[in-house]
Design a protein around this ligand. Sequence first.
Ligand code: AMO
Length: 442
Amino acid sequence: MSSFKLCCYDAGRMERTLILDCNNKIGEKVKICGWVQVRRDHGKILFLDVLDRSGLIQVVIPIGVKLIHPPGVQDVVCIEGKVDKRPPNLVNKNIPTGEIEISAEHIEVLSKAAELPFDMGGKELDLQLPTLLDFRSLTLRHPKIKEIFKAQAAILEGFRKAASDLGCTEIVVPTIVAGATEGGAEVFKIDYFDHKAYLSQSPQLYKQMLVPVYERVFTIAKAYRAEPSVTTRHLAEATQLDIEIGFVEFEDLLDFLEEVAVKMLKFAEDFGVEQIAFGKIPRLTLRKAQDLILKEFGRDNRKEKDLTPQDEVDLCKWALEKHKSDFVTVTHFPTSAKPFYTMPDPAEPEYSLSYDLLFRGVEILSGSQRINDYEQLVKSIESRGMDPKNFEMYLQAFKYGMPPEGGFSFGLERVTMHVLGLANVREASLFPRDMERVDVRL
Ligand code: AMO
């Protein structure tokens, strides 16, 4: 006799089987637990699509069984029943459990969900971005949205692997800091007891301080930018994937950054990523890149100190067409446009030993060889109107022996956005912060 009830978790019953493992249990009785994704009422038969961390399965609640409160969408359920093979004409080739279904015998609702503010059952979640973010803890459950952060987890794993392969030690650095690192204006001030402090704009200074300790380091760090503009590519809180390496020359750094980018993204390729063109990555100085923009695209931006967003798009178009590469490396940005720690090119000091990596039309990484000479670094800080006293701890690292060194930083959300072809960087952050939102709209 079948029994159906709405009740609390009953610990004495069967052990849970993961949904995907039901494929190996045809004809057996199982208990699955998960969320009701979709409910279909077909006259007297009720179908539920139930989802757990391993996958989704169709559950059939047979004819003749009356439920007083049939489970609804997003209810958390545990269902006991028999695993049946589906008739050949009802096989669903789109899911790994498409050849089976569960014929329910016992249903517990562990947690009842309130009525949803919108339909979550479709293949796509067709919502405007503000609504998608207003209901973030709910919309993250949708299979299409979940995929984004599975891909992001793979990017993180790929980065960690590539950094470890280079011999880097992982470090964790502070986000409460005494000063701005990347430039004065875009920094959040905080009240720190009776003092002023700042939220870190990047892990830059700390990763450099760790070079004399471990020689090669990496960190995955939060970076805070008080960006006053609302764009599709800027967040107020971003995640940076940083590497810093001692005993290197400029060309080595270019090799390393390209190697890490390729390894990291190859690792993520299996996670819904649009196929990436891994041709040999072209390298251009900023001036060569600007000449190319003039020649190929007819825009004269040779006086600009940086690439414009359209330049980045066009250079990537060119790289894909001519070099079958979704990446381009651009080097030698003007020294005056770069942070104080950037090494000027000894051959031409108004340009620096710096680089950006562009990917599918946007900058996903930047970095440089650093000034490693103590006196030169102090002068560089002073030349930008800053006080070396505010960098005392940082400067110690250079005073007591710092090899030639350099590094780079990827923006995790930008990488995620562009490998998946998302329209807005906010979609690539679990809980994005911008001028208008800290979870809720401000
Ligand atoms: P930079 O400021 O260029 O360099 O940042 C490195 C990378 O971080 C990402 N990023 C952002 N992503 C989203 N929103 C933002 N507001 C944002 N700001 C930066 C970008 C960018 O390429 N310390 C140096 C790196 C170094 O020299 O090693 C730095 O922070 O993808």
